[in-house]
Ligand binder design. Sequence first.
Ligand SMILES: [Zn+2]
Length: 416
Amino acid sequence: MSDAPDPANSGTRNTPAPMYGLPETVQFCTRCVISNQRPSSTVEWRSRADDAKSTIGLDEEGVCSACRYADMKANEIDWEARELELRDLCSQIRSRAGNYDCIVPGSGGKDSAFTSHVLKSRYGLHPLTVTWAPHVYTEIGFQNFQNWINAGFDNVLVTPNGLIHRMLTRLAFENLLHPFQPFIVGQRQVGPKLSAMHGIPTVFYGENQAEYGNALAENFSPIMDRRFYAAEPDPDTLVLGGVTGQDLMAEHGLNRGDLQPYLPADPAELDRVGTEVHYLGYYLRWDPQECYYYATEHTGFRANDERTEGSYSKYSSIDDRIDPLHYYTTYIKFGIGRATYDAAQEIRNGKIDREEGVALVRRYDHEVPERYLDQMLNYMGISRDRFWEVIDSGRSPHLWQRDGDVWKLRHAVWMD
Ligand SMILES: [Zn+2]
């Protein structure tokens, strides 16, 4: 996946300029609305504030790798052959004894609802669904989670210790402007770890995040690279919220047991069980809107009544009250807010054209996510003043300029 540097090997590094090690010249994809500032997936449990980011590539025609991959999905990939690969895999792993034959991690949102239901109803598998709990459920998110279970799935809900998760979320916000990081760490690992714990070797996630902007080649493997979720489970190599495991214990009062849920899966345990993490999106042509329609029909999934703050969409990432804040931080750090992510994906899937996408980005990307903001600041134990202090100090100078009292992006997506 991404070529994020390994801080363990990088020695002392000067803080790169501009911030976050992003490309200094901002360039927008000529097809969608994403910019070259979009970071690729990274190994979150090693991420530090001054790591250089690996970002989405734009080719000589100014088209991003996610749009190029969308072309391949539409024109080049033999989806019938891919589906046969899936049928083969399912025949190999299907349990004849009535045991669980795969694990599907997810929240009961449209993607995990689609993945689990398709595997069960179309391919005859018996999935155990596992959920790494949101920070704070939204009402609609909790209803969708319950509806998913009621549509015919056993579920294990893993909820991390609230005292520790809140502290780590605050550290990740203050040190990395990335309050979502501890959640991502847990979410990536919960499937493989429960695979090892329960002796169920096959794990299915939905789409490969590489579809949205890692190196193209990463989309041509059905298997998730182990480095995203496995390593020697050693607190000394863990970095959470920008703080090393050692410092979390020495300075923040945590012990080794407290760090357990965030430690990567143990490779020896994974080898013993034969754990493999597959992307269903490698085998079946992935389309988020089609997943939404499918989940509505088959698992009782419901979209929100109102659009999500920072965007125009109503059915993506709606289960956690921290989601809008997470996307607001990506807007501050990379100039890429939630409407940009949503519009880029919908342009690639032919749901809207670029002109509509640009208008939606300009209308919604900058919106401050007020609806749950006080609640999430309270969750992290941060005042409003402190919130704005962290936000403003996280504005990379190559992206932002101050105009009187107002911060403005130097480069905004526009129609050519
Ligand atoms: Zn693009």
